[in-house]
Design a binder for this molecule. Structure first.
Ligand code: AMP
Ligand code: MG
Length: 391
């Protein structure tokens, strides 16, 4: 059986770079940028006041200045006529020609058209100088950036109404099981909701892959085969949940193989999620068949599918995250354990959890940790791999 690291390497080896598309910046949140964005001008583009107050030509010997006018944001720079003069100036306004220092209103008294300074002043204070942050032509965002709030704001600051981003795959998300009934319909005691598929779709949306076709299939090998054939035809890949273990009704691996999907791995030395299956369908389409237990499905998605998708989208690789164990952890002798945790001041606190069917335990968890196989306890304070529920 493959180790977690071997499974990850085998999966990532198949992550082919997706093509790009142009989208409105307004619709680009969560997507992966695929162009460098440069600033077309210095940042700031002019010497910019950072406080409301007065703009003066620095003169330590002088305390009183005659007000010549007001310099507002959104206006071109005025000109000081007289070194004993000043402009009232607003935050974000251009420094008037001839001035080099801003004194905030808090440090000034204004009466009869004159401003009197009542606090020490340093030359050049409260001016954010042209080009201090970036020079025209500098790269603001590199290709591979995930577009979150700061990146969207920066793209807009550069005047870009459209962005070149990765074209996400269109994915079939398939639940397999006779026991599954849609939310909204009444459920008999022996029935459950296909919650995994909805969780997977939510995760895909968070990764900038909004095009998802949800499907639900019975435990019937020929219907699974026929439906998967259509779904793979219409989509760029598939995520399946359920029907992949060793039970009498687990028909997914057989159906996929009959459809010509080449198995890359089946079973990983991990708990939960041991039966995980991954293969490549004709047309180079990835197929992940995840075990149906809800914790298994989500853990396998975050541990394997998410990095696979991010690499395909061209996202810059992120360093793995680690967290200190708030308590000692008993490893499994041969399997990597994925354990839901909650973060507290000491680090990762194990969530009370009754195994891979206990999805209710995830609601209050922050993510899961990875305990490699071993014979001795991982002591409190030791650092372990951490995967947060960030989508
Ligand atoms: P299986 O992998 O088919 O053996 O399923 C393992 C467990 O996961 C069973 O209790 C199933 O009812 C449950 N399960 C399978 N598919 C889903 C799904 N889409 N959503 C929630 N639970 C599921
Ligand atoms: Mg099943």
């Amino acid at each position: 059986m493959l180790t977690v690291a071997e499974a990850e390497a085998r999966i990532l080896a198949h992550a082919k770079l997706r093509p790009v598309e142009s989208v409105a910046t307004a619709d680009a949140t969560g997507r992966v940028l695929r162009e460098d964005i440069r600033t077309d001008r210095d940042l700031p583009p002019f010497d910019r006041a950072t406080m409301d107050g007065i703009a003066i030509a620095y003169a330590p010997e002088r305390a009183e200045f005659r007000i010549e006018g007001i310099q507002a944001a959104g206006r071109s720079a005025g000109q000081l006529a007289d070194p004993a003069g000043c402009f009232e100036i607003m935050t974000g306004a251009m420094c008037p020609v001839g001035a080099d220092t801003v004194v905030p209103y808090e440090d000034v008294e204004i009466a009869n058209g004159r401003a009197r300074i009542k606090a020490p002043v340093e030359r050049g204070q409260y001016l954010h100088r042209q080009g201090a942050d970036r020079k025209a032509g500098d790269v603001l965002l590199h290709a591979g950036a995930r577009l979150r709030s700061p990146q969207i704001a920066i793209a807009v600051s550069a005047g870009l109404a459209r962005l070149t981003v990765a074209k996400p795959p269109r994915l079939a998300v398939v639940s397999v099981g006779d026991e599954l009934v849609e939310p909204g319909a009444p459920a008999e005691r022996y029935q459950i909701r296909p919650s995994n598929a909805w969780g997977l779709r939510a995760a895909l949306q968070g990764l900038g892959c909004p095009e998802v076709e949800l499907a639900r299939l019975p435990d019937d090998p020929s219907r699974i085969e026929a439906a998967l054939s259509d779904l793979l035809e219409r989509n760029d890949g598939a995520l399946l949940s359920g029907g992949v273990s060793r039970g009498k009704y687990d028909f997914v691996p057989g159906a996929l193989e009959r459809l010509g999907v080449v198995v890359e791995l089946h079973r990983v030395a991990q708990k939960p999620g041991k039966p995980m299956w991954f293969g490549i369908a004709p047309g180079d389409k990835p197929v992940f068949a995840l075990p149906g237990n809800p914790v298994s499905t989500l853990v396998c998605f975050h541990r394997y599918v998410k990095p696979f998708l991010l690499q395909s989208l061209g996202a810059r690789a992120e360093l793995p995250e680690f967290i200190a164990c708030a308590e000692a952890i008993e490893p499994h002798p041969t399997l990597t354990l994925f354990l839901p945790i909650r973060r507290d001041a000491s680090g990762a606190r194990l969530q009370t959890y009754h195994g891979s069917g206990d999805y209710a335990a995830l609601g209050e968890s922050d993510g899961f940790i990875e305990a490699p196989p071993g014979d001795s306890a991982i002591p409190a304070g030791a650092s372990v791999r951490y995967h947060r529920w960030d989508v």
